[in-house]
Structures are given as C-alpha cells and as structure tokens.
Ligand binder design. Structure first.
Ligand code: MN
Length: 292
C-alpha cells in the first residue's frame, strides 16, 4: 500500500464572526490551495476554536437564513447550540453531539447559543462542515439526523480511552451513524498520548484532518498542532497519526463529486440558473416561514 503524504498544514489564523455567536476560521474554501473543489464532497469547513463567551441574557447566534443544495454538519465540542427551522423542527446540539442537516431543496433556520448556557457563558468550540449533494439529490426533501454523543457508533482502540466516533462512513467494520448521499467518512478520534493510529482511504478520496485538542505527528514527521488542519495529498492511501499528547482529531475523507459548482452565499448549486431560481424561491416564500 502506497503511503499518503501531507500536502499542507494550515492553522486557524484569521477569525471572523458569523452573526454574533460564532467566531470562525474558514479553512476552506480559501484563497490558497483549498478552493471549493479541492476537498469535494466537503465544500466548506468553518472552525470555531475554543473561545470564551461572557454570560449573556440574550443568546448570541445567527438569525434566520436559508440553505439549498447541500448538507450542514455541526459538531459541538464545547458549548451548546440551539436551532429552529421552518419545518417546525428544532433542538439542542450538546457537547459531543452532531447535527447532520440535509438542506437539499431548502430550509430556513437559525442557530443560537442555547439559552441557559448563554446565561452562564463559557468555552465554546464548534465545527461546521458543508457536504455537497450530487446534482440528482440537490432538490430532494430536507431532513435532520440528530446524533447524540452516546448514540454515535464507537470503535474502541484500547482500554486507556482511545476511541473513534464513527460519525459517517465506516472504520474497521464499525458503520457510521449518519446516512450520507455519497461516500463520506467522518471520524472523531480521541487518542491518548503516545497512541499511534493507521488510517487508510482510497487514493482519490479527498482527505484532511483537523486537530481539535492536543498535538499529533502525521507519518512520524509532520507536526500538526491544535486548531490546525492537515490536508493530505491524493498520492496514496494509508497514513499514520500519533498523539504527542492526549488529542482529539476530526478526520474527513470522501469521494469527490465531479460536477460543476456555482455557489452564492447559502446556496450551492450546479448552474447559475439554479442559483437565480433559489433566490426567486426564497423571495417567494418557498423556503417556508420562520420567525426571527
Ligand atoms: Mn446555517
């Protein structure tokens, strides 16, 4: 098996606000080598590194907005996010939980710090990933998969506490908890200090790892610190990660969807005409109604 090498390591440098509740670094799409296609089927990765929010009686967050043409995957590492959508759904994403929202033909939603959490304040750390949908599924019905921490299928590495939460795809026979539209692996890996883990994905699968906590060595040589993303090259299958200290690493790997993309704000479609249609449908209330 040919080894997969590290193509680049990027850290969460520039932070911007999404609404007033999310302070994120957009690892991709970005200005350098990570455009909208490079990590397909993953089209956006926003990372809120651990940031302390002071108590607030009014929950911070982002108001009503639409999405169409893809899925949003929200992973809470610290803090709690409350969400509501135009289909009447809603819920709280707590620490360790994953919300896999298929926006597909369209939803309106809002995302805020959970009310009680907001009153106390605290450390907040979050990932939001956008997963593209194949053209044939972009206008399918919206749905949610609310994956509670305890329900996410686990692969146990050892008795010391190293384990893999298989959010999507599979790992050594453990199936992912989320249903996906195209081949996607999303692994939340907890590694105790000194533990080494071999990983392997088909060469053409676009693959990256985001270090949430700790520090890892990739292939024994490339040091990747917390709040950094390592993009793996498509030059092999297998690679190894070793925890330098107790670490949490999010690994994403998926088969690219080789279709043209036209993106405008919260809409990601295949043609300009479909984007114009999305705006028209939004203006005409076809995404439903949700109070701010
Ligand atoms: Mn959203």
């Amino acid at each position: 098996m040919k080894n997969r090498s590290v193509e680049l390591v990027a850290n969460a440098g520039a932070i911007h606000s999404v609404g007033d509740g999310f302070r994120v670094h957009t690892f991709f799409p970005s200005s350098y080598r990570l455009d909208m296609y490079r990590m397909s089927p993953f089209i956006l990765l926003d990372y809120n590194p651990k940031i302390h929010f002071a108590p607030s009686q009014t929950p911070r967050g982002v108001g009503v907005h639409p999405h169409r043409g893809f899925e949003t995957v929200t992973i809470a590492y610290k803090g709690k996010v409350q969400h509501h959508d135009s289909s009447g759904g809603g819920g709280v994403i707590e620490e360790g939980d994953v919300q896999w929202m298929t926006a597909a033909s369209g939803v309106l939603h809002k995302e805020y710090h959970e009310e009680e959490w907001s009153k106390k304040g605290g450390d907040f750390q979050m990932v939001q990933l956008w997963v593209n949908l194949p053209a044939k599924d972009k206008m399918s019905a919206p749905k949610y998969q609310a994956l509670k921490s305890a329900e996410i299928n686990k692969y146990k590495i050892d008795d010391a506490g190293s384990e893999i939460g298989v959010i999507a795809g599979d790992f050594n026979g453990v199936k992912g908890s989320a249903v996906t539209f195209s081949p996607v692996n999303l692994l939340n890996i907890k590694l105790k200090s000194g533990t080494e883990l071999p990983l392997s994905f088909p060469e053409k699968f676009n693959t990256a790892l985001l270090v949430i906590e700790g520090e890892v060595l990739v292939n024994g040589t490339e040091k990747v610190l917390a709040d950094s993303l390592a993009l793996m090259a498509n030059d092999g299958e297998g690679f190894k990660i070793k925890a330098v200290n107790d670490s949490v690493v999010l690994v994403l790997s998926g088969e690219p969807i080789n279709e043209p993309l036209v993106a405008h704000g919260p809409f990601v479609m295949n043609t300009k005409q479909e984007i114009i249609q999305a705006f028209q449908d939004f203006e005409n209330g076809k995404f439903g109604y949700l109070e701010d």
